[in-house]
Design a protein around this ligand. Structure first.
Ligand code: MN
Length: 425
């Protein structure tokens, strides 16, 4: 399907052109009706959720001998592998299409299987195992390197040869809507100390996307770049909340730790890679050429528009502070997966691989406050006269992402979170 062509397939569920959830998308999430009922797996369409647990129970969707959708996470379904994902997606697409009567003409079943999104509570869609955070935006790495080491040493020698990453922590990854507590920690005005202790004064967000690993690899066996996307189930928006002052003092020599692991937020709907396929585009030219195991011929990037907005407690409305695009990433998803496993490291169902902050070439496309306000030297100004260099208590950060087709959007909804004040004992 070409995104420039009008969407040929239509659903009997009415979906506006700006909706993130037309029949071309069909993202998976875990929801719980606000009234009552257990967590279960559903698919978003328009402003509705369709319960796959109900459709599976009625025999309309069947992918395994055992139920996989009457579950509080997507893991059992994801573990079935890409052939099962494609079969289920094709089945759901048919059931929701305008000319298929089985759901369209069965009002009693629809009553049972459809929920208004406003009437459900979304939960973390995946039992996340290991979490890795990459550093794959050349613009972000260059800006941060320039601020801390000078323009001539901005990119370290390894950066253009491998997708740099660190191992993060999954326990503090939360669903959109969860408030995030300002962390306390050590910080120092100078590189040599001594440090002080207290609430972070440089709390930031990072605009990222994350891949969910659907099926893993055996320990000791690498995933080749050409097979990497068979292992990726889908993507979410990812806000990697960061405390810059804690990070700056602690990161030498082993990398990020407490400046990062106090919280990260994800959007609730996992958009399948198949829904993103029409939006593949060429990525940045890679020079020097990557080593053979990292080569990915063809269109390896995705054209996903990204917006970040901030609303302080005294602001009338959210104010957009960043507009970026996933296609700016230097290292693509297949390269990240290939590199992660090239030493034999095993990825597992439910692992999460985040992209790193996605900055673009212009000053309004930088994906974090560290860059947008350039290390505190260029405060952002808001319509009510307030300024920000870093986040203040009660600030709300929201991120949204979507692919623009001709007359339709394949979107991710949003990830939002509000800053709570530090707890000082
Ligand atoms: Mn990050």
């Amino acid at each position: 399907m070409d995104p420039a062509k009008p969407a040929a397939i239509r659903s009997f569920v009415s979906v506006g052109p700006d909706s993130h959830f037309p029949i071309q998308n069909l993202p998976y999430g875990v929801f719980q009706p606000r009234s009552a009922g257990a967590p279960q797996i559903g698919v978003a369409i328009g402003d509705q959720v369709v319960s796959l647990a109900v459709l599976e129970d009625r025999g309309l969707v069947r992918v395994s001998d055992r139920p996989v959708f009457d579950k509080p996470t997507l893991n059992a379904f994801m573990a079935l592998g890409p052939a099962a994902w494609h079969q289920v997606r094709a089945t759901i697409s048919k059931l929701l299409s305008a000319d298929e009567p089985s759901l369209r003409d069965n009002a009693a079943l629809r009553e049972h299987a459809f929920f208004a999104q406003k009437d459900v509570h979304m939960r973390l869609p995946v039992d996340i195992g290991d979490y890795t955070d990459f550093y794959s935006s050349r613009e972000h790495a260059t800006n941060v390197g320039t601020m801390f080491r000078g323009a001539d040493k901005a990119l370290l020698p390894n950066w253009l040869y491998l997708p740099v990453a660190y191992h993060g922590r999954s326990s503090s990854i939360v669903i959109s809507g969860t408030d995030v507590r300002r962390p306390c920690g050590q910080m120092s005005a100078s590189d040599t100390g001594p440090p002080s202790f207290g609430p972070s004064k440089a709390l930031d967000f990072e605009l990222e996307m994350a891949c969910i690993v659907g099926s893993g690899n055996d320990l000791g066996r690498a995933i080749p770049a050409g097979k990497a996307l068979d292992h990726v189930f889908g993507m979410v928006i990812f806000n990697d909340w960061s405390a810059r002052d804690i990070q700056r003092w602690e990161y030498v020599p082993l990398g990020p730790f407490l400046g990062k692991n106090f919280g990260s937020s994800i959007s609730p709907w996992v958009v399948p890679m198949a829904a993103l396929e029409p939006f593949r585009v060429a990525g940045p030219v890679q020079d020097p050429p990557p080593l053979a195991y990292l080569q990915t011929p063809g269109d390896s990037a995705y054209d996903i528009q990204l917006d970040v907005s901030l609303q302080g407690p005294r602001m009338d409305a959210p104010h957009r502070i960043c507009r970026s695009n996933f296609k700016y990433l230097y290292w693509n998803i297949a390269q990240q997966v290939a590199h992660h496993t090239v030493n034999g490291c095993n990825l597992r169902t439910g692992d999460l691989l985040a992209s790193g902050t996605i900055s673009g070439p212009t000053a309004d496309s930088y994906g974090c406050l560290l860059e947008l306000a350039w290390k505190g030297t260029r405060p952002l100004e808001f319509p009510n006269g307030e300024t920000r260099t870093y986040l203040q208590d009660s600030d709300r950060v929201s991120m949204t992402a979507w692919c623009q087709g001709n007359g339709y959007r394949v979107g991710f909804g949003e990830v939002t979170g509000r800053v709570l004040p530090a707890i000082i004992e």
